[in-house]
Design a protein. Sequence first.
Lengths: 152, 152
Amino acid sequence: MKRDSRLSGVLHVLLHMAEADAPLTSENLARAMQTNPVVIRRILAGLRDAGFVRSEKGHGGGWTIARDLAAITMRDIYDAIGRPNLMAMGNRTEAPGCLVEQAVNAALDESFRDAEALLLDRFERVTLAELAADFHARMAARGIHAEEHVHG
Amino acid sequence: MKRDSRLSGVLHVLLHMAEADAPLTSENLARAMQTNPVVIRRILAGLRDAGFVRSEKGHGGGWTIARDLAAITMRDIYDAIGRPNLMAMGNRTEAPGCLVEQAVNAALDESFRDAEALLLDRFERVTLAELAADFHARMAARGIHAEEHVHG
DNA sequence: GTTTCACGTACTATTTAAAGTTACATGAAA
DNA sequence: TTTCATGTAACTTTAAATAGTACGTGAAAC
């Protein structure tokens, strides 16, 4: 089963935006993420509607962070991209008539529910400011200057 | 993201086999699972190699459980079907050169690792005997006799 | 004001993983 | 020796996600 990398991708993009002091275009970001500008716009559209980023058209336009990084958690971003499934497994049938299947589903559901709750709780506890700090720490550990972190 | 239902499906099949007092053919099981006999054989092949079920050819042949249900956990079955991904999300890139991405991945990985560990621990604690008992309880609650549980 | 730039989005195409199917070989029981 | 059932390789279909194209809207530069 292929894994969804949208959350990872969006967080990546947001941190790059946070580092930049001017708006970044979809094309800039697409290059950094090795994808298509339209894909970037699509995914950032949800974040814009949720108020986490702003977009401007025309010359000098592009994407900027709309809030303090310390006020955005990974959970916020997860919600803003539409709360995609966290668990790779599901039940064969929802609302099964077969009692055997009901018993199986009940056991699996309980475990998955708990694992999801754990994950969401973790997401809630991590702010983008903390991710940015971790990034800066990694840069410092490598003796790299801030201007050099950009892709490509 | 579509969810993998193999674990749910295999557990379902195994409990049906456990209820039956004669071998069940791939065709029987396929009808119960609303799928194709070859799909059943494919998925049970792994369980046979792991020693959880037996298969017999020819007249009166089919599939039977090879061990006491109390000695098989959901974790065993999970392992036997090849330990498919539990988490629906992954990192955009393995071994990223980008430090921003490293920081993001580190945060996500930690959470996912913990959630996986929780799930596997839960799987380990549930035996097929317990699932079967739950199934029987559901039957009793509905006033259904054992012979009537069969699909189709 | 018109050209350039950048987002907005509907629509289409590609990719990819899972599932289903066919075909035929093997082996056991009737 | 016929029938039944699994074993498995090869191929086809399907469904979802992702990528890409085309064109519209609006803002800044010239």
